[in-house]
Design a protein around this ligand. Structure first.
Ligand SMILES: Cc1cc2nc3c(=O)[nH]c(=O)nc-3n(C[C@H](O)[C@H](O)[C@H](O)COP(=O)(O)O)c2cc1C
Length: 331
């Protein structure tokens, strides 16, 4: 197996792999939006490693309108992140439209995405996230207004439905396309499934065959082979990867984790930590980095033996010494 470098130069296809309306997208692998994960440093890393787009974590429409500083900290894009996709969620058409306008005019993203897939019952109960799938008419009204008012393209990230008895994904996909959506990302599960069971790639294939706008397929892509497999079997324009990219960000460059040598892990981990400390400050930056560190170091037995001790260090220099010992000194 060939080894993977720390920052493998992504293959940039010319012409673009697909367009989101007039926004060109170079590449067919996209880091999925993940709350608490796809903050500016991890998104920027994703783009460096080959993610073709940069989705923010979901942001509540009310926060856009009432806590602009807090939202800016979540979004604050790196210069190389374009095309930046700011993802919003909310339950009223008026508020989502107002928030989307504000985001467009103040944050300057290339694309605005509406989350229609979050399975959290507190969010779904109010009709936001996957709860939107219950109301195709509301989706039609929302997208008609958004695409008339906004200058940037508007996209949607959906699930297949709420449960086995309510899977309106074909109708929702048609409604989205007819009302101007420029791309649909499909997580091939229902709300009831959460993150369990298997993603239904056949349903993703149906949607990709039904609409002319680009579709991103999402769910259970764990290896570089899965990327090709999903593309081949579903006909999607691109593949969106969530949890597997948290465990192995190099999957965005189509590298399996066991092809990534300790030196490459060291370079990327140090870059990622440094960016966290710069953005969040020394203490909070290190605390927020722990979840990433646990993934970078998971494959090493020496880390498993001292996991707690390493993850509770509160001095960045001592933390890096411990990381180096795990990567370079352990058997
Ligand atoms: C920790 C976590 C946070 C997530 N947050 C979001 C989010 O903010 N917006 C969104 O659309 N999906 C979110 N998702 C769903 C992912 O984008 C993706 O659809 C899901 O993980 C399935 O893809 P995977 O099998 O590649 O992980 C989240 C998933 C995880 C695991």
């Amino acid at each position: 197996m060939t080894t993977c470098s720390a920052f493998p130069r992504p293959r940039v296809p010319r012409p673009p792999s697909f367009y989101v309306r007039e926004v060109p997208v170079y590449g067919d692998v996209v880091l999925a939006p993940m709350d608490g994960i796809t903050d500016p440093p991890f998104r920027a890393l994703g783009r460096l490693l080959g993610s073709a787009m940069a989705y923010t974590e979901f942001i509540h429409a009310v926060d856009v309108l009432q806590r602009p500083q807090w939202v800016w900290r979540k979004v604050r894009p790196y210069p190389w992140e374009a095309p930046l996709v700011v993802q919003l969620y909310g339950h009223t058409v008026n508020m989502l439209v107002e928030a989307a306008l504000r985001v467009q005019d103040t944050l300057g993203p290339a694309i605005i995405d509406i989350n229609m897939g979050c399975p959290d019952p507190r969010i779904v109960r109010r009709g936001a996230g996957a709860g939107m799938l219950r109301s195709p008419l509301k989706i039609a009204r929302l997208f008609r207004r958004l695409t008339r008012i906004l200058e940037v393209p508007v996209t949607a990230k959906i699930r297949l439905g709420l449960d086995d008895t309510c899977k309106p994904y074909r109708l929702v996909a048609r409604i989205l396309e007819e009302n101007g959506a420029a791309l649909i990302a499909v997580h091939g599960r229902t709300q009831a499934q959460g993150y369990r069971g298997q993603a239904d790639w056949e349903a993703i294939r149906e949607i990709a065959a039904l609409v002319r706008i680009p579709v991103l397929g999402n769910g259970d892509v764990r290896t570089p082979e899965d990327i090709e497999h999903m593309k081949r079997t579903t006909g999607v324009a691109g593949v969106m990867i969530g949890r597997a990219a948290l465990a192995n960000p190099w999957i965005l460059a189509r590298c399996p984790r066991d092809a990534v040598p300790p030196r490459a892990v060291w370079h990327v981990l140090r870059w990622h930590l440094q960016e966290n400390l710069r953005l969040y400050g020394l203490q909070r930056g290190l605390v927020l980095f722990r979840k990433f560190a646990a993934r970078y170091l998971a494959p090493y037995p020496a880390f498993q033996r001292q996991r707690r001790a390493i993850l509770t260090l509160d001095d960045p220099a001592r933390f890096l010494d411990a990381v180096a010992a795990v990567l370079f000194e352990s058997p």
